[in-house]
Design a protein. Structure first.
Length: 260
């Protein structure tokens, strides 16, 4: 089964859409590291979590995609980030990739936002399918500048290609929005505890019907210094190993004592 080639195949996806500046920056940063192939949503899919498309057709279209050394193969998909990874592995890529990277997301995916994140879900799907994966997010909204984040993404992707990840584990990486020289290094972290306190703003549509627009603010309920939020806020790249097995192993014994 071993390939003759020594160049790793790297699948690149995201949730902000194939034309988002973050995925362009990620592909450019990885230029030369291996054979790159982009398979990403044609429209923005932020906050779709791990949704997959089962009641509609999924279409994939070849898409122009340039990196500094030239053009790389790319497909835009009418689906979610998880769809993109599934379809890429099943139908689009010439062989099983060595690494899947997702991002660089417009905005952080720290704390509970991991649950809502399409960026993380693309990486999670790869892990489920047995491929090492890293999700990258930049801790700022609406920026077109990803130079420092791209350099960190390259460095971390190289490390993961060299070392490999433990089975079932992916990395959720959040990068502070700072000049490269001002980033103070990387920290391995845990997810901070916190939650969104939502406000649904009621508005009136042209037909006099009420609709709602979700807003809110994130509340950090965690004082720890070893969290993803704390790392990014103190100018460090946050690397959180995560897994998709949601079993609460620490509760198994307690639950077994109940009479069901
Ligand atoms: Mn996004």
């Amino acid at each position: 089964m071993s390939e003759i080639t020594t160049r790793p195949l790297i699948l690149i996806s995201n949730d902000d859409g194939i034309d988002a500046p973050g995925i362009r920056a990620l592909a450019s940063a990885l230029d030369g590291l291996g054979d790159l192939h982009v398979v990403a949503p044609i429209t923005e899919q932020s906050a779709v979590g791990h949704a997959i498309t089962v009641r509609d057709p999924v279409r994939a279209r070849e898409w122009p995609f340039k990196v500094p050394s030239g053009t790389i193969p790319a497909h835009a998909v009418t689906g979610t980030p998880a769809d993109c990874v599934k379809l890429a592995l099943n139908r689009i890529l010439p062989r099983k990739p060595d690494l899947v990277v997702s991002g660089i997301n417009n905005g952080p995916n720290t704390a509970v936002n991991v649950i809502y994140s399409g960026t993380v879900s693309a990486a999670t799907e790869a892990t489920i399918l047995g491929i090492d994966a890293v999700a990258f997010s930049q801790d700022a909204w609406g920026k077109t500048e990803f130079e420092a984040s791209g350099r960190w993404a390259r460095r971390l992707a190289e490390r993961v290609l060299e070392r490999g990840l433990p089975s079932g584990i992916l990395l959720n990486v959040n990068i502070p929005f700072l000049p490269f020289d001002d980033i103070r290094g990387a920290r391995v972290t845990r997810q901070a505890r916190g939650r969104w306190e939502e406000e649904f703003d009621p508005r009136t549509d042209p037909f006099n019907q009420i609709y709602y627009w979700m807003g809110g603010r994130f509340v950090n309920l965690d004082e720890g210094e070893d969290t993803d939020l704390e790392a990014v806020e103190s100018g460090h790249v946050s690397i959180t190993p995560i897994h998709y097995d949601l079993t609460a192993y620490e509760a198994l014994r307690e639950m077994e004592t109940w009479t069901w």
